[in-house]
Write a protein that binds this ligand. Structure first.
Ligand code: SAM
Length: 256
């Protein structure tokens, strides 16, 4: 699904994502001269830290949102000689050449509808033995918010989907990955009540719901969700993976 973001606000409020993202970057084993794909770079906060880990390397900052890529371009301006910005959809074959040494992705894969296609597309641009380190919303993510959404209007939960480690491991194997670790990590996160919490909800979580409403109804919708929750807390559950592309690069035949 192609969707534009309020990238400047995302950049300002997405502190939890930036904090978790650094932990994911630190799971990559790097010499410092590699080429790494940041798949769903957003406004570039995590990309910026990745660049610190690659003093002689390069980053391909890829995203489907032009507003996010523009924001990332501003944030990463001083390092722009070491960054290639790519507008592309992770659900399609990726315009990334030559192959990269590693793929990083944070807070993105739950927005990509077809994970079999996603992992095949990543495997296709990752060199043999290359690392994949990623984190996104996993099974049980934001369950309390989804319970509230079920009670509003037609109960639409949005396009994001939250998968289990078991299903994800199978998809990664079929796409040609090996040495796979996949695990869930509950990350309940508290916010300042009122405007900061509502701003976070509207910018980071409720975008698809708001896109279906006239702007005049946005504030009321977000306030309703915030007030229906037990408190200004989000029951985040992250799905982490670490894997390597198989040395042979072959993928299992099958229905995918
Ligand atoms: C929540 S932001 C995460 C940004 C950044 N990685 C971080 O951790 O802060 C999710 C990003 O994924 C991008 N995205 C969603 N679906 C995508 C797709 N199919 N292909 C490429 N990027 C996608 C969005 O445009 C957005 O920039």
């Amino acid at each position: 699904m192609i969707r534009e973001w309020d990238a400047a606000t995302y950049d300002r409020v997405a502190d939890p994502q930036a904090r978790w993202g650094r932990e994911v970057v630190d799971r990559l084993v790097l010499r410092g001269d590699e080429r790494v794909l940041d798949a769903g770079c957003g406004s570039g906060r995590v990309t910026e830290y990745l660049l610190e880990r690659l003093p002689r390397g390069r980053v391909i900052a890829l995203d489907v949102s032009t507003t996010m890529l523009e924001e990332a371009g501003r944030r990463l301006a001083t390092a722009s000689g070491r960054v290639d910005f790519v507008l592309a959809d992770l659900g399609d074959p990726l315009p990334v050449e030559p192959r990269v040494d590693a793929v990083l992705s944070t807070a993105t894969f739950h927005w990509v509808p077809d994970h079999d296609a996603l992992f095949r597309n990543l495997a296709a641009v990752l060199g043999p033995g290359g690392q994949l380190a990623a984190q996104w919303g996993g099974a049980g993510n934001i369950a309390s918010i989804r319970r509230v959404l079920e009670t509003i209007g037609d109960g639409w939960l949005g396009p994001a989907h939250y998968e289990t480690p078991q299903a994800t491991r199978g998809r990664l194997e079929r796409a040609g990955f090996t040495d796979i670790q996949a695990w869930l990590q509950p990350q309940p996160t508290r916010f300042e009540p009122g405007e900061p919490f509502e701003r976070f909800l509207s910018t980071v979580i409720l975008g698809p719901q708001l896109a279906r409403l006239p702007a005049s109804e946005w504030e009321g919708f977000v306030r309703h969700v915030a007030n229906a929750l037990p408190g200004p807390e989000i029951d985040y559950v992250r799905l982490n993976i670490l894997a390597r592309r198989s040395e042979s690069g072959t993928t299992e035949a099958g229905p995918g």
